[in-house]
Ligand binder design. Structure first.
Ligand SMILES: [Zn+2]
Length: 329
């Protein structure tokens, strides 16, 4: 798809975080956030086909990317929108519980637990829960719900081997600079019959091919890996997990498709350059509003049937959830 790349990208030539190969093909270039002032590329590893972001953002850049706002500071006040969000949230929690394959309550660890909503949901159902979280703001929100949160990475939490029945990573593995090392540590803290659940954006989706850098779940440079069912499956097997369930349809995916197509059509840029079209709509210029209504309503109405068809026909949608068991030593 892209030309073979020669020479380092930026100052840090990042090798494949799964197989350590340094040869990669450029898939696309993405303008970085204004603060970082440099472009990033998404490349495909020539050895294992993993798609990953280069260069790796620096510590300072990462800190600037994970602001309190990222963890839910943006809460529109409109009643109708909140009601919709509440409903969508319940659907997401239901889909997440299904990924646990009906396990009876035990001990669960959520890595990158954010504001702790999923763990609070499990705790209400009788689970003992722990969270790991990088952000001060998000950890404070989770602790406010009575959840024990370790700030830092999993290795520094020092959990004993075999401590957990279930470990979950919801939209976290794509953020970790060393995903294979992180999963090896997950394997250690899981019981022998423990379950791992990983949910990531699925870059095998048709929407990614159509929208490229406008694909909303791409989120470079926060996302350092861009998995497909094949590359996530290969990584899990490499670190000692056997996938037992794969879920490609998620009710919320139609919103991701919608935002991606609206960005691809150039409508969101004219609304202020963000995807928060609902809160920014009132401030938009009349021409932008007309464009949004003329293009946005049809795209919005088509996004749900598109999501359903996409999953049924292509087998990939915007999000991928895999449940895996530990394989024997
Ligand atoms: Zn590789």
């Amino acid at each position: 798809m892209g030309a073979e790349e020669s020479g380092p990208v930026g100052n840090e030539r990042r090798v494949c975080p799964v197989c350590a190969a340094d040869q990669a093909r450029t898939l696309l270039a993405v303008a970085g956030p204004a603060a970082s002032g440099r472009p990033y590329t998404v490349v495909t590893c020539s050895a294992c086909e993993l798609r990953y972001t280069r260069p790796l953002p620096s510590e300072a850049e990462l800190a600037a990317l994970y602001t309190a706002e990222y963890y839910g500071g943006r809460r529109p006040r409109r009643l109708s929108w909140d009601t919709l969000r509440g409903l969508a949230h319940r659907v997401v929690m239901w889909q997440r519980r299904r990924a646990l394959l009906g396990r009876p309550p035990g001990r669960a660890l959520d890595i990158g637990c954010g504001d702790g909503d999923f763990l609070a949901e499990l705790a209400r159902r009788g689970w003992r829960v722990d969270g790991i979280e990088y952000s001060d703001a998000a950890a404070a929100l989770a602790r406010g719900k009575g959840i024990a949160v370790h700030q830092g990475d999993l290795a520094s939490a020092g959990f004993p081997s075999g401590a957990f029945d279930v470990v979950t990573l919801w939209h976290v593995l794509e953020h970790l600079p060393e995903p294979a090392a992180a999963l090896a540590e997950v394997r250690r803290v899981l019981r022998p019959d423990g379950l791992l659940v990983v949910e990531v954006p699925d870059s095998a989706s048709l929407t990614f091919r159509l929208c490229r850098e406008h694909w909303f779940p791409l989120d470079v440079p926060r996302h350092l890996q861009h998995f497909t069912p094949a590359t996530l499956g290969a990584l899990l097997e490499r670190v000692g997990f056997a996938p037992v369930r794969r879920q490609s349809f998620h009710a919320a995916d139609c919103l991701l498709s919608f935002i991606s197509f609206m960005s691809r059509l150039g409508v969101l840029g004219r609304l202020g350059g963000t995807h928060y079209f609902v809160t920014e709509f009132r401030r938009a210029r009349p021409a932008a509003k007309a464009g949004f209504l003329a293009l946005g309503l049809p795209v919005g109405l088509l996004s749900l049937p598109y999501s359903v068809l996409n999953t049924l026909v292509a087998g990939s949608n915007e999000t991928l959830t895999v449940t895996a068991r530990k394989t024997a030593e």
